[in-house]
Design a protein around this ligand. Structure first.
Ligand code: GLV
Ligand code: MN
Ligand code: MN
Length: 411
């Protein structure tokens, strides 16, 4: 079985962390200067590993093995949240590179084909999992027209600034690949709390969102009597409170909902707000539960409208991700490798975060593996994992990749 180089793995992860480092975290949003610096750095590492590397027209970096298929595609995303942790995405990208190198260095596996990939904008600066959606042919031609980030910067301009306007855009070669493997930090507390070292994911939850827009009458906070107000923020708080009261009644055991973006305008203590926005996001592994949340959210808005005061309208968010099942055979290989390396301290589990593997599962069999996150913290500068878990995870992942490819090439 191939042997990973633990020192090289950790050193590459640390170097990637240094590109966009802010304290213990990383700020490397899609198409930022630091994001493109990291993508160029990855391209040169892919080349050093003997892979044919290119950055495509939307920023995906592919390192293609010179061996013919059947091939395994391995990777994750290298962009981060606006205040991101150092391992979210980066772990899976560097694992992909390390597995490609480890298999190429071992005489028993050097004939196998591992392609490494660093996908673009998984973290939704413009469009969640944009790189994987595009790579899988799931976006319409010209999809980028009119897409802007939260600061109003257009995707077209961001692509131009990154120097990618003329670069060819890659599409997945379905004939070449037997599947896609992604490794990730868990980003939650379950593995650590249960004393486990590896999670093999069976299903990635789906996600939807709704934007509520409130319109009232802006007015003087001292002279406008409570009875006569059309206060946009009050209507917002009511909707938010009712969601927290009603959603548990239709929730599944792993359902979550978040109201992570609000805007109250003009945002001054002496002004009755005339305008407000609330963005609700909810996730579950069942499409039925997501349907129930959607219907309930619209009903809550209707009820608030009936009462008078500020009015509320609803619009479904642009990002909509369906629950995705991971492939049984890839799970079987990941589980066998996990069992061998952890004295059975591993489990099958759902993923509460979305991942590129969920998108790519539309066109290829996918497998997703987790290592523990310290204190379950992620999407925060404090995100971290123990070095021993990072190294063990890569050993499990490399063994699983080798056994998947050996099975596919020898039957
Ligand atoms: C991905 O980063 C997610 O928010 O689940
Ligand atoms: Mn993330
Ligand atoms: Mn991620």
């Amino acid at each position: 079985m191939p042997k990973i180089n633990a020192e090289r793995l950790i050193s590459n992860l640390r170097e990637l962390r240094s590109i966009g480092a802010e304290g213990t975290g990383v700020v490397r949003p899609a198409f930022s200067i630091k994001d493109m610096e990291a993508r160029n750095w990855l391209k040169s590492l892919y080349e050093d590993a003997g892979l044919e590397a290119q950055i495509d027209g939307i920023g995906n970096v592919l390192g293609r093995s010179r061996n013919s298929g059947p091939a395994l595609l391995i990777g994750s995303h290298s962009d981060t949240q606006p205040t991101g942790g150092w391992l979210d995405g980066a772990l899976g990208v560097i694992y992909g590179l390390e597995v490609a190198r480890a298999l190429a260095e071992d005489p028993t596996t050097r004939h196998l084909a591992v392609d490494a990939i660093a996908l673009q904008d998984e973290e939704s600066r413009f469009l969640g999992c944009m790189g994987s959606h595009h790579y899988c042919g799931l976006l319409e031609p010209g999809f980028e027209q009119g897409v802007v980030d939260k600061d109003g910067i257009s995707l077209v301009d961001a692509i131009r600034e990154a120097g990618l306007t003329e670069a060819p855009r890659l599409q997945v070669d379905r004939e070449r690949y037997i599947g896609f493997l992604e490794a990730h930090i868990e980003q939650g507390p379950h593995l650590e709390q249960d004393g486990l070292q590896i999670g093999v994911v069976d299903v990635i939850v789906g996600l939807r969102g709704i934007v509520f827009t409130f319109e009232g009458q802006q007015n003087h906070a001292g002279t406008t009597m409570m009875a006569g107000r059309r206060d946009a923020a009050t209507a917002l708080y009511e909707v938010a409170h009712t969601i927290n009261q009603e959603f548990p009644k239709v929730a599944g055991d792993r359902s979550v909902w978040t109201m992570g973006r609000v805007n109250v305008s003009p945002g001054a203590p002496s002004i009755v707000p005339g305008y407000a926005e609330l963005e609700l996001q909810f996730r579950d592994r069942s499409e039925d539960v997501l349907d129930a949340f959607t219907a309930l959210a619209h009903k809550i808005a209707e009820e608030v409208n009936k009462r008078g005061g500020a009015s509320v309208t609803t619009e479904n968010s642009r990002v909509k991700i369906s629950p995705a099942l991971m492939d049984d055979n890839l799970q079987k290989h990941l589980s066998a490798a996990a069992k061998a390396h952890t004295s059975d301290h591993w489990q099958t589990m759902p993923s509460g975060a979305f991942h590129d593997a969920g998108v790519i599962s539309n066109v290829l069999p996918c497998g997703l593996m987790f290592i523990p996150s310290i204190d379950g913290i992620s999407h925060d500068f404090a995100e971290d994992s123990f070095e021993a878990d990072i190294i063990r995870g890569c050993e499990v992942f490399a063994d699983a990749a080798a056994s998947i490819l050996l099975e596919a090439t020898t039957g």
